[in-house]
Ligand binder design. Structure first.
Ligand code: NDP
Ligand code: 8X3
Length: 251
């Protein structure tokens, strides 16, 4: 039985991946900061799929907390076949001249440093195993920039760049690296970006059919379930109504 470690499993893409990998017989380590959601998800996955699930509550932007959480993993879960670096967020949508320093720091700490911390802690486990697969969730914002996306786009470009670097550094160790670059996916992403403003969040998806988190989970499952000799390097996925980071068609 294989094990996947999913960050940001309490919502959206991470929750959908938890469900799909559980359905496909994986053992799961699920993480996020909201303990109540993690417990509920763990219970629901165990009862639906009779799988082993280890919920770990911690903040990926705090290195010591990542380290403590990983050290607490019991032997049963210690072989980590897949690391899904998914936890992330956009905070605000302000121009560079008006941006809030706290928002910038949050995005850099979670999207960039958090992904680095998790990779630094888990890649040595994979190196010892001589196998593993790291999947990084970047974004279409990691391929192109859009108005007021500035720091979010920069963190996702950095994720795209790190996926390329990881593929080089981990090549000799038999570890695969996949970069996933979604366009608009309806999750809590916009609610978080607009700090709980439901109307602003809804407006993002008005007049078009966005991707569902399950669409991204399907792509990740496909990439991870290829034969051992195949590495899927990069996937860009947008809704049919989105041509690139800033061009959409709405009814
Ligand atoms: P959600 O807001 O629905 O989920 C984000 C997840 O990240 C939550 O589980 C949240 O858990 C977790 N998270 C946020 N901050 C932290 C933290 N400091 N420590 C640990 N976990 C954290 O958004 P999505 O599912 O859409 O986002 C998942 C990833 O996909 C992100 O990296 C995002 O940038 C990326 N993405 C999203 C797109 C979209 O349109 N939705 C498009 C392209 C990429 P908790 O709050 O419990 O800690
Ligand atoms: C999230 C998608 O287009 O808001 O990464 O940047 S977008």
């Amino acid at each position: 039985m294989k094990t996947i470690f999913i960050t940001g499993a309490t919502s959206g893409i991470g929750a959908a991946c938890s469900e799909l990998f559980a359905q496909n017989g994986y053992r799961l380590i699920i993480s996020g900061r909201r303990a109540d959601r993690l417990q509920k998800l763990a219970q629901s996955l165990k009862s639906q799929y009779n799988c082993s699930v280890l919920p770990l509550t911690f903040d990926v932007s705090l290195f010591n907390d990542c380290e403590t959480a990983i050290q607490s993993i019991p032997d049963e879960f210690k072989t980590i076949d897949v690391l899904l670096n998914n936890a992330g967020l956009a905070a605000g949508l302000a121009s560079i001249q008006d941006g809030h320093i706290n928002d910038w720091e949050t995005m850099i700490n979670v999207n960039l440093k958090g992904l680095l911390y998790m990779t630094r802690l888990i890649s040595p486990i994979m190196i010892k195993q001589k196998s593993g697969h790291i999947v990084n969730i970047s974004s279409i914002a990691g391929k192109e920039n859009y108005a007021n996306g500035n720091v979010y786009c920069a963190t996702k470009h950095a994720v795209d760049s790190l996926s390329q670097s990881m593929r080089i550094d981990l090549l000799a160790h038999g570890i695969k690296v996949t970069n996933i670059a979604p366009g608009m996916v309806e999750t809590e992403f916009s609610l978080v970006r607009f700090k709980g403003d439901e109307q602003k969040a809804k407006n993002v998806y008005i007049g078009l059919t966005p991707l569902k988190p399950q669409d991204i989970a399907d792509a990740i499952w496909w990439a991870v379930s290829r034969p051992d000799h195949v590495n899927i390097s990069d996937i860009i996925i947008t809704p049919k109504a989105q041509a690139n980071a800033s061009t959409t068609i709405r009814k």
